[in-house]
Design a binder for this molecule. Structure first.
Ligand code: GLU
Length: 310
């Protein structure tokens, strides 16, 4: 029997809020229902945004909610040498290149008429000559030569997906000028090494999945995981839940005396398990069903906040 493995992969760049707690709880519940192994992998590569104390607090809050894991992986930053090996393989086949371009260079090269909302794709005319050159971890950012192809995958919750990394981002950064791997590279290298077969995360990462599948294929990694992208929790203004919607950090509710079971009851309502005033993580795992989960994003309202604090 093949072992199925999932991972909880928090980034300690801020405290866990209701949105990430919901994703972790559903991920964990699916794992316990299906006897997947659960790994905890703290993704601490985004060093400028790391918050002191956030790593310990993340473990503590997950446990307080009733979420456990079978094994904790070393901090992602301590295993970056595996990404160096991957960069060497990508450089050997001439599919990555050093790119000293600054954000301003890139902005300048993007002609105003097609600069839309959000981040525009890296302009191909800035692509450096992609003749093979040896990987140098200190050189600068390194970008991946993004093919034009669409990437298709079947999402276990969201259904068939088609993404176009070339239009979304173009040549994306795989190694940063801080001499560390980018999120896209590290997540692929580590998921593959750790034998992760099930990736459960928020739907905002669907475009990233296209980039990650391109890396799986370029690195000739056989074990592409099954993806489950869950709807997001949004604030009343329709934007993804964040600080602007008030303090929805789990630690803040805990410190104000809210029980974990109350928080999980709210998450349960958002996940198609309605009508409960309080519920433990273990009970939630018995009741939640992926096929009964609301398809759309959910909205966190001031009434939800009052209900928690009731
Ligand atoms: N550390 C990433 C995050 O917190 C995890 C993304 C993923 O699951 O791949 O957004």
């Amino acid at each position: 029997m093949t072992t199925h493995t999932t991972r909880l992969a928090p980034s300690p760049t801020g405290a866990l809020h209701l949105g990430n707690a919901r994703t972790f709880l559903v991920n964990w519940a699916l794992a316990r229902q299906n006897s997947w192994r659960v790994l905890l992998r703290i993704e601490d590569l985004d060093t400028p945004r790391l918050k002191p104390g956030a790593i310990d607090q993340t473990r503590e809050i997950l446990s307080w909610l009733g979420i456990d894991w079978d094994e904790e992986m070393p901090l992602q930053s301590s295993e970056a040498h595996h990404c160096v090996d991957a960069m060497r393989s990508l450089a050997d086949i001439g599919i990555v290149y050093p790119c000293p371009r600054t954000r301003t260079d890139i902005q300048r090269a993007l002609s105003a008429p097609n600069a839309g909302e959000g981040e525009a794709a890296f302009p191909p005319e800035l692509r450096a000559s992609i003749a093979c050159r040896p990987f140098d971890r200190l050189a600068s950012n390194w970008r991946f030569v993004c093919p034009h192809d669409e990437v298709d995958f079947m999402d276990a919750f969201a259904g068939p997906q088609r993404v176009r990394p070339a239009d979304d981002v173009g040549d994306f950064v795989v190694w940063t000028r801080r001499a560390s791997p980018s999120y896209q590279l590290a997540v692929v290298v580590d998921d593959a090494r750790h034998g992760v077969t099930q990736v459960v995360r928020g739907a905002d990462l669907i475009p990233s999945t296209g980039r990650q599948l391109l890396l799986y294929r370029a690195l000739k990694l056989k074990n592409e995981p099954e993806y489950t992208h869950l709807p997001l929790v949004r604030g009343g203004d329709g934007r993804r839940l964040a600080k602007r919607h008030g303090d929805t950090r789990i630690v803040e509710y805990r410190d104000r005396g809210v029980a974990a079971e109350r928080i999980i009851a709210l998450i349960a309502r958002w996940s198609g398990v309605g009508g409960v005033e309080a519920i433990s993580a273990a009970e939630f795992a018995q009741h939640v069903r992926l096929d009964r989960m609301p398809r759309g994003d959910v909205t966190f309202s001031p009434e939800d906040d009052r209900w928690l604090l009731d």
